[in-house]
Design a binder for this molecule. Structure first.
Ligand code: G3I
Length: 360
């Protein structure tokens, strides 16, 4: 049986004091996503922050189909190999993200008209090559990402769904299990805490489980807007997904402090911001920082309410300067995470520690 260490590596960092990973060690893993080619893509402060506070890593982009498999017979494992090696060196499990997604996927993989068999063959080659390469070294895979439409009853209209059919999801999970039998297998999506999309997700998961497909967990991404966090929906979603016997994970947590068109996380939504709309370019005002701190504290209390239900909480970014929300849905200065651009703890960090009693 593969050994995935959850042990806490002794941090070789100058950072001292209670850590997120130690404070919540009895409840869930605390992770973050990282980009670039580790360790060079992070400076010394960032590496210290990463090792001190987090105990599970998700690649922000390098394991997505496009970056890792740009052409039918060409792979680029440079960044993904570096991340897996860095994680192993620091005894941090890795979540593979993601094997099948309609974004950052190469056009050739499910090119219009290639038909079901060719599309399945290419999906098989992709998943066996990528998940097979890291067999035994990945805690779990986001096998399928964002397959459910934001509205209506159908799946999202994607190239994989069009060329393979709606069962592309089952096939992807089967292929992932073939490639790495010991990796946990997850479905990952945004807004699936909200009632309508939650019900459609529950239906999908019940269909997968009833058809014998192995699904181990569901990822609620958690790209929430400060002031509009659906706390009650989140609680209901954790309960409902846990009731299926699945691990529930918060996989991409951030609290956006700048208004945005709607509460999705659909990367295809774009919006230009005038300079005057870059309202927090000089920093986050104290009242907003306090509001964000209270919201994060309330979320972490909620994540721990049902013991054992939530197995992991991963932030989507190491600190404010690394957040995708500085460029989506348009370029403006954002402050969505627990640490500022100088890797310094914000009020939100202190508030989250307070939830765990602040004990290391
Ligand atoms: O690497 C290329 C670079 O070579 C090129 O010069 C540059 C200019 O176009 O683009 C670079 O790729 C960008 C990549 O991030 C790496 O920086 C892509 O354009 C850009 O679209 C991509 O954005 C990522 C986005 O997913 C789309 O894949 C964000 O960093 C990432 O935070 C975001 O994360 C997603 C999750 O994977 C799934 N859930 C939603 C979440 C937010 O959209």
């Amino acid at each position: 049986m593969r050994r995935v260490s959850h042990s806490i590596a002794s941090p070789k960092t100058s950072i001292v004091g209670p850590s997120l990973r130690a404070s919540f060690a009895r409840q869930f893993l605390v992770g973050t996503c990282v980009g670039g080619v580790l360790p060079a893509s992070l400076d010394a402060s960032e590496r210290g922050l990463l090792r001190h506070h987090f105990n599970v890593l998700t690649p922000e982009n390098c394991m997505k189909p496009g970056p890792i498999h740009p052409a039918p017979e060409r792979f680029d494992f440079t960044a993904s190999d570096a991340l897996v090696s860095f994680a192993a060196e620091h005894e941090m499990p890795v979540v593979g993200h993601c094997l099948c997604w309609h974004q950052q996927s190469p056009d050739w993989m499910f090119e219009a008209g290639i038909g079901r068999q060719a599309a399945l063959s290419q999906l098989r080659q992709h998943i066996h090559a990528v998940a097979g390469r890291y067999r035994g070294r990945i805690l779990g895979w986001d096998v399928v990402n964002e397959a459910i439409a934001d509205a209506g009853d159908a799946l999202r209209d994607t190239p994989a769904a069009r060329e393979i059919g709606p069962d592309f999801i089952e096939r992807a999970f089967e292929l992932a299990r073939e490639a790495d039998p010991n990796a946990e297998l997850y479905y990952n999506d945004y807004n699936i805490e909200r009632p309508a999309k939650r019900e459609r997700t529950l239906s999908l998961l019940r269909r997968l489980l009833a058809s014998g497909v192995r699904v181990d967990g569901v990822g609620i991404q958690g790209h929430w807007q400060l002031g509009e966090i659906p706390f009650d929906d989140i609680r209901a979603a954790i309960e409902a997904f846990a009731a299926l016997g699945l691990k529930v994970m918060i996989t991409e947590l951030d609290l956006d402090v700048v208004e945005r068109p709607d509460c999705s996380a659909d990367i295809s939504v774009q919006r230009a911001y005038a300079p005057a709309e870059d309202v927090y370019r000089d920093g986050l005002p104290a009242p907003i920082a306090s509001q964000q701190a209270a919201a994060y504290a309330r979320l972490f209390q909620l994540f721990g309410e049902r013991p054992g239900a939530v197995s992991r909480v991963s932030f989507w970014g190491l600190h404010d300067g690394r957040s995708w929300l500085n460029t989506w849905p348009g370029k403006r200065t954002n402050h969505p995470l627990l640490f500022d651009r100088g890797c310094r703890p914000k009020a939100a960090f202190e508030a989250v520690l307070g939830v765990a009693g602040g004990a290391a």
